[in-house]
Design a protein around this ligand. Structure first.
Ligand code: UDP
Length: 239
């Protein structure tokens, strides 16, 4: 929980969809915009760590449907997340921010290995830390990794940036016009009612360790900055 004297530290999850702008590959306009919004918040003293998804390149489960071994497909998915890290890193560096990419699969030429204490030091120095390659393990998701990294490096909140939806609703707002957005809800309700915020293993890990999550929409101009600064947009999931 964030208290007044400690700087705010957050874990921002950006899905692959955010990087691809809905297509395969990188939509540089979107990534540049998000990078700019991150810089605005970092300049105001927020410590920002990021976990990137990779669905804009590969998802292991989809590759499996196409006949590729599940674990190998998952590794392909994890490698995709690293390309997103590098794209975001580039735009942040262009804006004059110091960054470090840390990956769960070692690849010394492009990133540091994941070393939690080092990540914390980077954050304390005002560097943006971008975590890639998920957990380095097949059968995991970057949502679950977001909760895990946030717990390990002691973030106040996980900020789940979403495309096409700006919080958690009573039903899918794209299908039900009368769906209502929750301002807040419990882990239990999200799990039991199967409200599609993130995968169940991520939600269960958050519940078991009391990790606050804010689900918000990435699309509105300034939303990323608002979420990073702690504005109460979207939906808060907590105990
Ligand atoms: N993945 C994995 N282990 C992890 C994280 C990711 O195997 O710890 C693989 C998995 O195949 C997944 C893909 O990487 O489908 C891309 O990640 P994810 O689907 O979580 O990205 P997003 O949906 O956020 O774009």
């Amino acid at each position: 929980e964030h208290t007044g004297d400690k700087p705010r530290r957050v874990l921002l999850k950006l899905s692959g969809e955010a990087f691809g702008g809905g297509a395969v590959g990188i939509d540089t306009h979107v990534v540049r915009r998000i990078a700019g919004e991150i810089v605005t918040a970092v300049d105001q003293g927020v410590q920002v760590a990021i976990v990137t998804g990779g669905g804009n390149f590969f998802r292991g489960a989809e590759l499996q449907q196409a006949g590729i071994d599940r674990s190998r497909g998952d590794y392909m998915g994890m490698l995709g997340t690293v390309m997103n890290c590098l794209a975001l890193q580039d735009f942040l560096e262009q804006e004059g921010k110091a960054t470090r990419v840390q990956t769960a699969i070692t690849m010394g030429q492009v990133a540091e290995p994941y070393i939690p204490l080092k990540a914390i030091r980077h954050l304390e120095k005002g560097r943006v830390v971008i975590f890639g390659a998920g957990a380095g393990m097949p059968y995991f998701s970057t949502d679950t990794v977001s909760i895990q990294r946030s717990l390990e490096i002691h973030c106040d909140e996980v900020l789940m940036g979403k495309n096409g939806v700006d919080g958690v609703y009573t039903a899918d707002p794209r299908k039900h016009a009368d769906a209502k957005r929750f301002a807040s809800l419990s882990y239990e309700r999200a799990l039991v009612d199967n409200l599609a915020v993130m995968d169940a293993s991520a939600m269960a890990m958050a519940r078991d360790n009391d990790q606050r999550i804010r689900v918000f929409g990435l699309e509105g101009e300034g939303n990323v900055t608002r979420a990073l600064l702690g504005e109460q947009i979207g939906t808060l999931v907590s105990s």
